[in-house]
Ligand binder design. Sequence first.
Ligand code: FDA
Length: 501
Amino acid sequence: PAVDNAPAIVVGSGYGGAVAALRLGQAGVRTLMIEMGQLWNTAGSDGKVFCSTAAPDKRSMWFKTRTEAPLASFLWLDVVNKDITPYPGVLDRVHYDNMSVYVGRGVGGGSLVNGGMAVTPLQSYFAEQFPTVDVNAMYGTYYPRARAMLGVNTVDPAWFESTEWYRFTRTSRKAAANAGLRTTFVPNVYDFGYMQQEAAGTATKSALAQEVIYGNNHGKKSLDKTYLAAALGTGNLTLHTLEKVRSISRAADGGWLLGVDRIDATGAVVETKQYRCTYLFLGGGSLGTSELLVRARDTGALPALDPSVGAGWSTNGNTMVGRANHIWDTTGANQATMPVMGIDDWANTANPVFAEIAPLPIGFETWVSLYLAITKNPQRASFTYDAASDGVKLGWTAAQSAVSVAMAKKLFDRINLANATIYRYDLFGSGSKVFADDFCYHPLGGCVLGRATDDWGRVKGYPRLYVTDGSLVPGNIGVNPFVTITALAERTMERVLAEDM
Ligand code: FDA
């Protein structure tokens, strides 16, 4: 008889995967976690695990010959990006036809590279997006559980008002207030006590040393320090890195079979493996999980997967934009990389936007106010199988991005009008592009809760197959998504452990 490598396998080590691994481990279930990225715990020759945005090297990006930073240019000059050696670095930019998606690669997934903003959406908007989920249980139990485990904390308001490191945020707040707009503090998983020590010169700088999208060497409670550390602590979790799951199929006895490529630091496949398990949890993120399931359905490996697998995808309405402040409204040479405030105009039903006030930490005065806007863009797209590449295509169009841009523009036109300021035209490449309409940070959907799965993430048509990641969220959640992804995974794991295992 066939023998499982472990009773449970978890694919991917981001938020969804990490919650699954911890709760399985605590329940005494031996679990194997398979992650295509590296375990980021070993310092390079410079004594650091991660490189900074100011001096990117091969550790920055996932198999690229040149970095692909979100801000492509400054004063239209190609000064931001650097040539690098292809390597399994920590940040990937995945290119589809009309949209590029940033994702983290490594043990901890997106938590290694993100801005740490830990935002709980409005209860009413959550209910709108998840009509079949009990909001009282979410807001009473699963969100608080997720926030506690993730180490969510808030900046000390008095320090915020006085520190040079958040001058950029105060300047953007003033501009928003001049337009009658509300700003709100947002929590984060970066340890603000540590940040204050950085500012005081008593701790090694990380958020105050231009570290963020290529990883933080200190201060940030990424998943490897929280959920995954606890999961390993149960003694039931085994972690395999630099292994990419390529295929999922079902054995005659109902067990799960995974085809896996193990790669080396050059990206070469050095071994092709097969794993077997009884319970399979997919936490590859919106891109990873959608690709695995669309491929499995459309190659005939799992033909009973729901037609909605691959659908319901969007960018969370993301678009980035910069404004030029007046010469007297400085944003500061010193900027913390962790955002702590957003412009909250979500209640404006004619044009709902939540815009995080983002840093531009390049070490000199720029007078730029930068924002990552989350808009209530209703457009959705689907992943489809592409036999030629054995991969997926994403049906997102430029016209769909234009919807996000138009919504963000309404808000920032108001701010510019009230302040007599203009946009920056030099940040997103040579075409004088004002709004970044070709990349996003918040891929959501592709295996939407209650459509491709039941209301708890059990994949329709296949018992003992579960999705726990951002592919469950139907394209938009109105705020930065990882707290919601974590809370939904907590909800799924409680149910699955009680009823299925
Ligand atoms: P996630 O992407 O975290 O993890 C998936 C993991 O699975 C990855 O490690 C991947 O390598 C692995 N994987 C995928 N396919 C695989 C396969 N076939 N085999 C093996 N492994 C596989 N959100 C927020 O709430 N606040 C914020 O401030 C920010 N800021 C931000 C900045 C930047 C630069 C980015 C890129 C993203 C953010 N985000 C964010 C978004 C947030 O990071 C994102 O929503 C979550 O990481 C998604 O969590 P998941 O568990 O869905 O997947």
